[in-house]
Design a protein around this ligand. Sequence first.
Ligand SMILES: Nc1nc2c(c(=O)[nH]1)N[C@H]1C(S)=C(S)[C@@H](COP(=O)(O)OP(=O)(O)OC[C@H]3O[C@@H](n4cnc5c(N)ncnc54)[C@H](O)[C@@H]3O)O[C@H]1N2
Ligand code: MOO
Length: 445
Amino acid sequence: MRGSDEMYASVPSPVGAAAELSWPKARVVAVRAGRRPLGVERCPLTDALGAALAEPLAATTHVPAFDTSAMDGWAVAGPPPWRLREPADGEGLAGQPVAEALDDGEACRIATGAPVPAGATAVLRREDGAAEPAAPQAGTGAGTKPGTKAGAKPVTTTTLRLRPGVTAPPLGRDIRPRGQECRAGEALLAAGTLVTPAVLGLAAAIGHDELTVHRRPTVELLVLGDELLTEGPSRDGRIRDALGPMLPGWLASYGARLTGLRRVGDDRDALVAALRSSRADVVVTTGATAAGPRDFLHPALVEIGATLLVDGVLVRPGHPMLLAELPTAELPETAGEKRRYLVGLPGNPFAAAVAAATLAEPLLRGLGGCPQAEPYRVRAAAALAGHPGHTRLVPVTLPERGAVPLRHDGPAMLRGLALAEGLAVVPPGGVAEGEPVEVLDVPCG
Ligand SMILES: Nc1nc2c(c(=O)[nH]1)N[C@H]1C(S)=C(S)[C@@H](COP(=O)(O)OP(=O)(O)OC[C@H]3O[C@@H](n4cnc5c(N)ncnc54)[C@H](O)[C@@H]3O)O[C@H]1N2
Ligand code: MOO
């Protein structure tokens, strides 16, 4: 059984490949490993969600594409009152071709989103005007000018007036002019921008059916451990797998495309076979990072000829985390550029989260062509205790007064993390109340 100082335990590197790195250095190694994006592809809009744009996103059309009514009411030309034109079929409705031009002193009905006819100087909102049919005139039908020929431009003597107390709309009122938001050819988003649902909406609005994006790194998640249950409460010495449900969302938020989740028992040969058979750009494993009797990750990596880039990090929790470059000989020639990695996350769930934020995030962002997350600093609302020689990652909430540490932040706990808005990066020695501290985002999508 581990004592209360389990967070500060130290494990020598089991294969002695590399000394444990400081937390900032480990991040730099992960950023460097991912510094060249994997490739570029063109795909339909819906497949682009979560990828990064590989080229600036330019408008294919002006937006709006035509002068558009912003309100339901009437398009009017010149000062009031106006002669109200009888609408032709569908005239003035959204989705209809633009209505015939207005002469000065004329008005026609118009709906929100409908094209504004030439000659219109403003849109008068429905609630601001009143149409008054003229008195019937002998032999002509109600309100129709004498002498109107069948098939000629419909002319009416119905008058549109402002309601009492309403002033005449100034020039351009409630008309969204063509090109107000952007002009055809204008670049609206820079290469590297993450394709979010809003970006998909914008891309469609500016006329795109497909996007050119960086290929998202494929990730296979290997959840290791005989003791793990996939349903019900922990029992009989076995515990419920918390990382299978948690990590896919985290990895997706880093830009990964999860291609599979495999469960592998505490068996070295099975792990070697799983690593050899995976075709993912990045394999993420959970557990088996330490030097326990059934922790087979290091020996398996040695057996398949992997190169350890990070083998332990001076951070609490999560220090046995590792990053390795995998051999690529078994990939088909068609696989494109051959580069594969493995991120080994410790089995303790909060330790695994810290390791994901430390190594998986920068690696996956880089491989997927996403810019690295900008570090940001927040004042510590309370003192953040530090380890004498290692960095600590502490779950925090971020109210206006600053970063507030959460309880239940032990390596095996998720209670603090589930409430966290960020992970404070507490350097060795700690952070005094009121001092700035770097904060990493906690994925919430
Ligand atoms: N003698 C020492 N033992 C350990 C040390 C040490 O310094 N000396 N370090 C401890 C630290 S720190 C960590 S972190 C863990 C790392 O362990 P492993 O990565 O080898 O993971 P396991 O041994 O497989 O599991 C550890 C722990 O986590 C539970 N676990 C595993 N997978 C899951 C999962 N998917 N969901 C929920 N919980 C999981 C597992 O049952 C164990 O309780 O090593 C310490 N040991
Ligand atoms: O303290 Mo361990 O590194 O649980 O992560």
